[in-house]
Design a protein around this ligand. Structure first.
Ligand code: PEP
Ligand code: MN
Length: 287
């Protein structure tokens, strides 16, 4: 813990306090584990979603993703299927029996996704939408908070503090890159944020190398680097036909690429002393 007074109270690491394990269904994220979240950026069609989920499961993912609502920079870009995609998510979630992670853009979305989403995600563009954070906290579901692309680590942790102060410590942070002067990547993936957050907070922190780089070729090196840096997991996009994806095709891995990445991540996670199935053993629970 840094030697200064912490601006956040409930999410701050305190001396001797163990790192958190956040329970998601029958899985755990955090202390002693390494979680692979994988799947679709957006729910598009039943076939696309099924293929993305199969690829994720083959790669060893223990949580699936697939958004019904997309927060796009342009109002003319695909905004997600919304309510029309709920049954597709329900089907894949039943099929694999794994927790589902998806973004909500507005408190009204919480009711719509209540039966099919296990972790509600607040995206980078909404990181300081404090009323949304409070409503997510009250939903009873774990909340994943992406780092805003112009947010400092303290601002990110204060966003988490809003959720904690509203009654829920089931919070998972996710680094997804920040805006810098460097145009070669979509964002500059701030991997140093991982150990910084882990010194300041007990909360688990994942890394999203897909949105963090915007480029398929960079996803594997940055995912491996995230695991080596001690991230509690990574979240990765996969698409059966990236060229025709309605959202973020250039950063989506192909199923075979995700399988190869999953195998390497498992080795690295085990090598760094983490379990990869998300099932907390008593030793992990005490960690
Ligand atoms: C996403 O994960 O699909 C996403 C939109 O990410 P971010 O909020 O980090 O841009
Ligand atoms: Mn995306």
């Amino acid at each position: 813990m840094d030697e200064r007074e912490s601006p956040y109270k409930l999410v701050a690491a305190s001396d001797g306090q163990s790192r958190s394990l956040v329970r998601v269904g029958d899985r755990f994220v955090g202390a002693g584990t390494f979680t692979l979240v994988a799947g679709a950026c957006a729910v598009e069609t039943p076939e696309q979603l099924a293929a993305a989920c199969e690829a994720a499961v083959v790669a060893g993912a223990t949580m699936l993703r697939g958004d019904l609502f997309k927060h796009r920079t342009s109002p003319y870009a695909f905004q997600g299927l919304g309510a029309d995609g709920v049954e597709m998510v329900a089907e894949q979630r039943r099929r694999f029996g794994l927790p589902w992670v998806a973004e909500v853009l507005d408190p009204r979305h919480l009711e719509l996704v209540a039966d099919v989403v296990d972790v509600v995600r607040v995206g980078a563009r909404n990181m300081q939408h404090f009323e949304l954070l409070k409503e997510c906290a009250r939903s009873g579901k774990p909340v994943m908070i992406k780092r805003g692309f112009s947010a400092t680590i303290d601002e990110w942790l204060l966003a988490a503090e809003y959720v904690a102060a509203s009654g829920s410590l089931d919070i998972i942070l996710c680094e997804r890159g920040i805006r810098t002067f460097e145009p070669s990547t979509r964002n500059t993936l701030d991997l140093s944020a991982v150990p910084v957050v882990q010194r300041r907070s007990h909360l688990p922190v994942l890394v999203d190398p897909s949105h963090g780089t915007g480029s398929r070729a960079l996803v594997e090196p940055m995912a491996l680097a995230a695991a080596a840096a001690g991230a509690d997991g990574v979240m990765v996009d996969v698409h059966p036909h990236p060229a025709s994806a309605r959202c973020d095709g250039p950063q989506a891995l192909l199923p075979g690429e995700l399988a190869a990445l999953g195998a390497r991540l498992r080795e690295l996670a085990v090598w760094t002393g983490r379990t990869v199935d998300g099932r907390a053993t008593p030793a992990v629970k005490e960690a």
